[in-house]
Design a binder for this molecule. Sequence first.
Ligand code: SF4
Length: 340
Amino acid sequence: MRPKAIGLLSGGLDSVLAIRLVMEQGIEVVALHVVLPFVARSKCAGPAAEWLGIRLVERELGEDFVDVLRNPKYGYGKGFNPCIDCHLYMLRMARQLMEDEGADFVVTGDVLKQRPKSQTLNALGIEDKWSGLKGLIVRPLSGAQLAPTLPEAAGVVDRARFLSLIGKNRKPQLELARDMGLTAFSPPAGGCALTNREFGVKARTFFSLVPHVTLDDLALLRWGRHFYRAGAHIVVGKDRKENSHIMELRKPDDVVFRASDVGSPIVLLRGEVTQLTLVAAAQLTAVYSDTSSGDVANVKYFGAGLQGSVAIEQSAGEQGPANGQNGVTARTCPVLALMG
Ligand code: SF4
């Protein structure tokens, strides 16, 4: 029977090349793509798996990832990114799939020292040890620089055919991709919001205010201005694009607000739906709409079994920044706990 491996496939170049290098040795590979709510969904994992000619399994993070994020054992990077813990989490998912599929080992696109924290020799050692995959993580892009894994020692794969890449220089990977005719892959780093300092501040604030954070909340945190009041999370879209992302992430128990007949953000209320929080969300809708000072905003809402409208008078000084501007400016809006 052909040896079989699970290949972690982000859709980025390194993961595709690593899998290809193993497949060239006659190994059957099943790709695992982990869907991450804080990463722009890769449009490349599907085409990459197709290009490789392998089956793609997509799996989502479990809610226990929120605990990893809240309290990572190996700390954060520059933003709110617990990369070593995150890698460990994904490797454990790969180990589970390896067992489900009766596969022999796992392949990753790690390149030694490409990332300052999560791809050091020490970090790779931690991942090997604590993922439950000791000796079973094959890293073909830097394989020649690393200690032989069990499949290499057993001659299942030939480490002499692996690369010895180190560091951030991506030229060798780009040349290899060109030689292989590979064109569809995600940009490096994949746009993980957790690495973004601004998002990190927002996420930390959110975690400090909200006792029970879900992965859906984290996905929502990528868009809009965020407010928290009386057990409710209120999200105000900054522009048309954000409005549409917010609507995509809407859940049946969320309430959506919009001012009619004027330019208006989409405002989403999640959590405790009470008269207080409904009014707070309606007021935010009016404040960030194009309703002029002194006029009345007609704010419509629907969702969570509710539907209706409320008239909010836009007092002088209550207009928020025009849609599309970043940040939250001081104003007389009665909703507190501004989160930017
Ligand atoms: S960059 Fe983001 S997705 Fe990648 S390992 Fe770090 S936290 Fe996880």
